[in-house]
Write a protein that binds this ligand. Structure first.
Ligand code: PDD
Length: 277
């Protein structure tokens, strides 16, 4: 039977409870990670744990566990899941305290981790591509932190669903930032354009791996601001995330992207990415 990890205890998920005064519940005062597991092997663990520490530092919460302490917890989650491919979800909040915005004194962080079977990317997403819509990026200015305060992302993803699209591409002051729950890579004039790593986007682990692949295999790329017109002129558009890997976007705001079918750079990058597993 699979269990979840909560504050040092292993419990069936129905028995895992947190207080209504948990600051994660009250304020969204916490951070999280989603780590893919392929064939019971954790993928890019070091990079995910490094980003978790970076997010914790960003919200001024000291890491309750270090990489060595995470190791056996993650190993048990992986071992107990029913499927060989899964994803590990980790959430750390500032803990339980009487409701007050400012940090509580001497409160223990709440630490939660669970595994869930990986949902396969639908075959037609890869063979035909997905539809997306664009929207003004109306989130806060610390999108580089992976915080559980995801209300804006939730509303933006729902905006996409309401428009029969899979994802919403966000644009701030005329420049592409990222997706509601993914990074976006734009192919423009035969070059991969990566919206730059700054406070406006999450430094995606998949985004980083695709940059490494481009470097290694001589695919021209640039980390540079991407304008709305470059986005509209793109010959290919790619969505990346740890759970969806690389997905081709073939329709944006009701118009074809490039030829309207998944392109050659998508196919090349996906096959290179699969080789990393
Ligand atoms: N989200 N940007 C945002 C806003 C995201 O939420 C995600 C991933 C990414 C891609 O990052 P990575 O390649 O490291 O998964 C970019 C995860 C999967 C989620 O919230 O479920």
């Amino acid at each position: 039977m699979s269990h979840v990890y909560l504050n040092g205890q292993w419990l069936p998920i129905e028995k895992a409870h947190v207080s209504v005064l948990d600051r994660g519940f009250i304020f969204g005062d916490g951070v999280y990670e989603v780590i893919p597991v392929y064939n019971r092997r954790v993928f890019a663990l070091e990079a995910h744990l490094k980003r978790l520490d970076r997010s914790l530092a960003g919200i001024r919460l000291s890491p309750p566990l270090d990489a060595e302490q995470w190791q056996p917890i993650i190993a048990r989650l992986v071992q107990e899941t029913e499927t060989d491919d899964s994803s590990i979800y980790i959430q750390i909040t500032r803990g339980v305290a009487p409701r007050d915005h400012a940090f509580p004194a001497n409160t223990q962080a709440t630490v939660f981790a669970m595994a869930k079977p990986m949902t396969a990317v639908p075959e037609e997403w890869l063979s035909q591509g997905i539809k997306v819509v664009t929207h003004e990026d109306n989130r806060w200015l610390h999108c580089d932190l992976k915080t559980t305060a995801l209300l804006a992302n939730v509303l933006l993803r729902q905006y996409a669903v309401d428009h029969k699209a899979v994802e919403c591409i966000l644009i701030r002051d005329g420049f592409v930032t990222e997706g509601a729950a993914s990074n976006i890579i734009v192919v423009h004039e035969e070059q991969l354009l990566f919206p730059p790593r700054n406070h406006l986007i999450l430094p995606g682990i998949t985004y980083d791996l695709v940059i490494e692949l481009a470097k290694k295999h001589g695919i021209p790329f640039k980390e540079a601001p991407v304008t709305r017109s470059q986005l509209q002129e793109a010959s290919e558009l790619l969505m990346t995330s740890s759970t969806r890997e690389i997905v081709p976007i073939t329709e944006m705001d009701g118009k074809k992207v490039g030829a309207g079918v998944p392109g050659p750079l998508f196919r090349e990058l996906l096959s290179l990415y699969q080789g990393l597993k």
